[in-house]
Design a protein around this ligand. Structure first.
Ligand code: ARG
Length: 589
C-alpha cells in the first residue's frame, strides 16, 4: 500500500499545480502542532520567493482547491502561509480497512528488489561465557535481521565465533597441565580421538580465566600457550581434535543462551573457518602490489587524502608470519563473497571497533576482495552502563555474565507480577521470563544504537512509561477485551472499522496508519528504535482511547463491532512490531 503521507502529498501537490505553482512545493509532513492539525505543508513559504508574492496568497489558493477534496475534513491557510490539514475520518477509516484486508503485512509492501544481506552479530568467544558486551550485538543484530526479513530481503545472520588465536592455545596449555595423559597431547598418537569431550562446559569456562590469569604472571606459561596456538594453527592433529571438542561443548551452551534471548543465527561460522582462505588472499595482495613489508610486518596502506585523522595501515601478517584479527576478518569477507555474493554486509559491533573496521573495509575494497556493488556497513553500538554511568559490572566489580543479568531481571519481574495479583508460581515464573525479555530488549532497542545507555532494572521493568512491559501490558489489555467480547457474542459479518467518533479514536487511527512508512524507515536506517517509538505512541494512543471509550458498554452493535475491529488492528500492529524487535506477549500478566 502507498504510504498515507505520500497519498496526501500527492493530493496537495496536484492542488499546487492546479493553482498555477510548481507541484514540488506541495510536499506534506506530519504536523508539528498536533493541537492545530494532523498534517502540514509549508511549501507556500518557499514558493512565495519564486513567485514574488506573499506566502498566504499561495496558501489561500491551494486551500481553496483542497476544500473540494473529500480526503480532507479541513484544509486551512494560516498566516503567514502555512497549510494546515486534517484528514476526513471517512478517508482514514478506509485506509485502515485496506491495511486490515492486507492481512499479515498491514499494508507494508515487500521490497521489489530483494537483497542478500549478511549480518555479522553476536561475536561471542568460545569457552568464555557470554557477557553483557555481547548482549547489545545480539539484541540489535537480531532485530535488524527480522526487520530486513519482514521487508522481504534475504537476511543471513552469522554469529562469527571468536574461536581462533591465543585463547585456544591458553585452554590447551591449561588442559595439558591438568590432564597431561590425555591422548591429544601424545605426539606419536596415530589412532582415532575419542568422541567424548575431555571436559564439561563448566570446567571449560573455569579453565579459560585460570589460564588467562596464569599467562599474565608466568612468562614461560605464556610462551607455552603461544607455542600451542602456533601448533594448532599449523595443523597439529591432537590440538585440532581438542579444538573440535571445545567448539562443540561451547557452541551447544551458546545456542542455549541465545535461544533464551530469542536470538538465532543462520550460520555458525567462526574465525577458524576463515583460516583456509588466508594464504591465497595474502599471496594475491602481495602479487598485486598492495601488501608490503614495513618494520617486519606485512601491511596494506589504507589512508586516504580526505582523512582528517591518521588512519594507520592495515596489518595483514605479524613479523613472525602469524595472522591477526584483521587477517581473519578479511579472509571472512573472502568466503562471504564467494558463497553469498551479498549486496551488503552489516557488522553489529561495539563502536570502539570503528577505526578497526574502517581499516578492514578500506583494505577489502582496495585489494578487490569486494567490488563496488557490495556495501560494507559498520553499525557501532554504544556501551551499556550501570546506574553510576560506568560500564555495567557485577556488585563485586567483575564482568557481568549475561545469564545473571537475565535471571536478575526475571526475578525482579516475578516480584512485580506477584505483587500485582495472586498468580500460581509456575505461571508467574513463565510470564516473568517473557516480560523480562521485553524489558531487556526494549530497554536496549528504544535507544539509538550508537548511544550509550544506562541499564536501569527498576525503570526497564516498570509497567508504566516507555518500557517493554508497558507495551506488553497494552497488548494483554486488548487481548482481554477481545476475549470478553467473544465470550458474549460473535462479530457481525458486516462489522468494519468505522470513521472515528471521537478525537481519541481518530488519534489512535492516525497512529496505526503510520505502520508501513515507519517499517520502511526502520529498515533503511537500520533503526529498531523507530519501531519502539511507533509502538510507544501507538500504545499511548490506544490507552487514551480505552480510558475515554466504553467499549463493552457501547449500545450500538455496529459501532461496538467497529471498535473491536479497530482493537484487532491495533493488536496486530503491536504484535508485528514486537516480533521484529524479538520478543512476544504473554496471554495474561
Ligand atoms: N569476538 C569479538 C569480541 O568479542 C567480536 C567480533 C565482532 N565481529 C567481527 N567480524 N570482528 O570482541
Amino acid at each position: 500500500m502507498e504510504k498515507i503521507l505520500d497519498i496526501i502529498s500527492r493530493e496537495v501537490m496536484a492542488a499546487m499545480k492546479a493553482s498555477g505553482y510548481e507541484e514540488s512545493y506541495g510536499k506534506v509532513t506530519l504536523s508539528n502542532r498536533p493541537d492545530l492539525c494532523e498534517y502540514q505543508c509549508n511549501g507556500a513559504m518557499a514558493a512565495a520567493k519564486k513567485y514574488k508574492c506573499a506566502p498566504f496568497q499561495i496558501a489561500d489558493k491551494v486551500a481553496a482547491v483542497l476544500k473540494e477534496n473529500q480526503m480532507f475534513e479541513k484544509a486551512e491557510s494560516v498566516k503567514p502561509g502555512f497549510l494546515n490539514l486534517t484528514l476526513s475520518p471517512g478517508y482514514l477509516a478506509g485506509y485502515l480497512r485496506q491495511m486490515e484486508e492486507d492481512g499479515e503485512r498491514l499494508g507494508c509492501k515487500k521490497s521489489q528488489a530483494p537483497k542478500t544481506i549478511l549480518i555479522d552479530y553476536g561475536g561471542p568467544n568460545v569457552a568464555k561465557p557470554l557477557h553483557v558486551g555481547h548482549l547489545r550485538s545480539a539484541i540489535i543484530g537480531e532485530s535488524i535481521k527480522r526487520i530486513g526479513k519482514f521487508m522481504g530481503h534475504n537476511m543471513v545472520g552469522d554469529v562469527h565465533l571468536g574461536d581462533w588465536g591465543l585463547q585456544m592455545g591458553l585452554i590447551i596449555t591449561e588442559l595439558k597441565e591438568r590432564k597431561p595423559d590425555l591422548v591429544y597431547f601424545a605426539e606419536d598418537y596415530e589412532g582415532e580421538y575419542p568422541k567424548e569431550p575431555p571436559f564439561t562446559i563448566s570446567e571449560l569456562e573455569e579453565i579459560y580465566p585460570a589460564a588467562s590469569g596464569k599467562s599474565k604472571e608466568d612468562e614461560a606459561y605464556k610462551e607455552a600457550a603461544m607455542e600451542a596456538t602456533y601448533e594448532l594453527q599449523h595443523g597439529r592433529k591432537g590440538y585440532q581434535a581438542l579444538l573440535g571438542h571445545i567448539l562443540n561443548v561451547s557452541v551447544s551452551d551458546l545456542k542455549r543462551n541465545y535461544e533464551n534471548l530469542h536470538v538465532s543465527f543462520e550460520l555458525w561460522k567462526g574465525e577458524s573457518d576463515a583460516q583456509p582462505y588466508i594464504p591465497a588472499m595474502v599471496e594475491k595482495m602481495k602479487a598485486d602490489g598492495f601488501a608490503y613489508i614495513s618494520e617486519g610486518a606485512l601491511v596494506v596502506d589504507v589512508k586516504e587524502e580526505s582523512d582528517t585523522k591518521e588512519i594507520p595501515p592495515c596489518m595483514i601478517l605479524k613479523s613472525d608470519g602469524a595472522s591477526l584479527y584483521n587477517t581473519t576478518d578479511l579472509a571472512t569477507i573472502v568466503w562471504r563473497m564467494e558463497d553469498y555474493h551479498p549486496d551488503e554486509i552489516i557488522y553489529v559491533v561495539d563502536k570502539r571497533q570503528e577505526l578497526y573496521f574502517t581499516q578492514v573495509f578500506r583494505c577489502a575494497r582496495k585489494t578487490g576482495l569486494v567490488g563496488p556493488e557490495t556495501k560494507l556497513t559498520f553499525l557501532g553500538f554504544g556501551t551499556m552502563n550501570g546506574k553510576d554511568g560506568k560500564p555495567f559490572k557485577t556488585r563485586e566489580g567483575g564482568v557481568m555474565r549475561l545469564e545473571y543479568l537475565v535471571s536478575g531481571i526475571q526475578e525482579e519481574m516475578y516480584k512485580k507480577i506477584s505483587d500485582n495479583h495472586t498468580v500460581e508460581e509456575a505461571e508467574g515464573r513463565e510470564t516473568a521470563k517473557v516480560v523480562g525479555l521485553s524489558a531487556i530488549k526494549y530497554g536496549d532497542l528504544s535507544n539509538q544504537a550508537s548511544k550509550d545507555y544506562i541499564f536501569d532494572i527498576e525503570r526497564f521493568t516498570s509497567f508504566e512509561g516507555n518500557t517493554g512491559p508497558y507495551i506488553l501490558y497494552t497488548i494483554v489489555r486488548i487481548k482481554s477485551i477481545l476475549k470478553k467480547y467473544q465470550a458474549q457474542r460473535e462479530l457481525p459479518p458486516q462489522a468494519q472499522i468505522l470513521p472515528a467518533h471521537t478525537d481519541s479514536e481518530k488519534a489512535l487511527m492516525l497512529e496505526i496508519s503510520k505502520f508501513n512508512g515507519m517499517m520502511e524507515a526502520a529498515f533503511e536506517e537500520k533503526a529498531p528504535h523507530k519501531v519502539c517509538a511507533y509502538i510507544y505512541d501507538l500504545a499511548n494512543a490506544f490507552n487514551h482511547f480505552y480510558h475515554e471509550t466504553k467499549i463493552m458498554g457501547e449500545q450500538d452493535e455496529m459501532v461496538q463491532a467497529g471498535f473491536i475491529k479497530l482493537l484487532e488492528l491495533t493488536k496486530k500492529a503491536l504484535e508485528l512490531c514486537i516480533d521484529v524487535l524479538g520478543f512476544e506477549a504473554p496471554e495474561r500478566m
